[in-house]
Design a protein around this ligand. Structure first.
Ligand SMILES: [Zn+2]
Length: 336
């Protein structure tokens, strides 16, 4: 029997509070916003939250990165903004916690497979050994899986359903010699296509992963259902709401099937990844919540009440405001 609550690795220090910069990405604040959203929707009691994990040290980051990049980043010089985010001391501290949260969640899924683990984090899958890229600072997946491999000799699969290809693992294979064992080739999975073809592609990959697990080549999976694969996201295009949620249903049903085939719970953890709606950030939070609702329904047998609130992108807003401003201006002139 699986635990009914999702173990969540969240420390307030992983959040970039009081972000006064003009950062395009809200990802550094997303863990906090999502937990508040879950509280408002009366779903937070289904999560068992712990802040009991230690921040990563420079030594951890150097497992997957050149020394000069790690030093630059923590000193706030040189390549420190290669992730396209404004650097600050607090931001630098926060990434020690986001990376550790992901590792701690994956580790927990291995030592306590009955419990689904969750790391409310993003900002890993575009980083490379020599620098950050695209809102990503360090290769959290690479570091986590290397540490897991070193400790347990186990290999993992990442199901990366962010809207953008997660290049971090592939770009690190040469720099990190053990990575081919920690995340075997073909198991940094990034489905392709749109709506039903995307869903079909995910199903194909889940089938391949099933055989890799049954033949003892893959021992744990990490589910990263980024919200920027939603068609209405600023940076997204792949799935409408129905298909985005159908991916979640398919995945959590598959986990249940795997538990049955293995006769024990499959170690599963999840993370957030992208999501950038600037017209309605609640839609991003709602998609992530919808993913958990499928987990509760399909895998954990918990009855939760929640209605998805993803709103269509308001494409005419700018036009309307412009018209409104013109109208006001003409009224002003008439008044004068
Ligand atoms: Zn993305």
């Amino acid at each position: 029997m699986r635990s009914k609550k999702i173990k969540t690795f969240y420390n307030t220090k992983q959040v970039l509070e009081n972000d006064k910069t003009s950062n395009y990405s809200k990802s550094p604040l997303k863990p906090k916003l999502l937990l508040e959203y879950l509280k408002n929707k009366k779903l937070i009691n289904n999560f068992s939250v712990t802040d009991d994990f230690r921040p990563f040290t420079k030594t951890d980051f150097k497992m997957a990165h050149h020394q000069n990049y790690v030093d630059d980043f923590f000193n706030g010089i040189g390549l420190c903004s290669s992730n396209s985010l404004a650097w600050s001391k607090q931001f630098a501290e926060s990434v020690r916690y986001t990376n550790s949260s992901l590792y701690s969640a994956i580790r927990h899924s291995i030592v306590n497979p009955k419990q689904v683990s969750f790391s409310p984090t993003s900002g890993f899958h575009h980083a490379g050994p020599d620098r950050g890229r695209g809102f990503c600072t360090f290769s959290g997946q690479v570091i986590a899986s290397l540490k897991i491999y070193n400790e347990f000799g186990l290999s993992g699969a990442y199901l990366d359903l962010d809207g953008h290809f997660g290049n971090s693992i592939e770009d690190s294979r040469e720099f990190c010699k053990k990575l081919n064992k920690a995340v075997p080739p073909n198991f940094n999975i990034n489905p392709e296509g749109y709506d039903s073809s995307y869903l079909a592609n995910l199903a194909t990959w889940l089938e391949r992963t099933k055989y890799a697990i049954l033949s003892n080549r893959i021992h744990y999976v990490v589910w990263c259902h980024g919200a920027d694969s939603h068609a209405d996201d600023n940076l997204g295009r792949q799935c409408n709401t129905e298909h985005w949620i159908a991916c979640s249903t398919l995945f959590w049903k598959w986990v249940k099937e795997m538990d049955g085939l293995l006769g024990r719970p499959l170690p599963v953890s999840c993370a957030l990844f992208g999501g950038y709606r600037d017209d309605d950030y609640n839609s991003v939070l709602s998609l992530h919540t919808g993913d958990f609702v499928e987990c509760f329904k399909e895998l954990l047998g918990v009855d939760v009440k929640y209605t998805i609130e993803v709103h269509p992108r308001q494409k005419i807003e700018y036009y309307d405001n412009t018209r409104l401003r013109r109208k006001r201006r003409s009224l002003d002139k008439k008044g004068r």
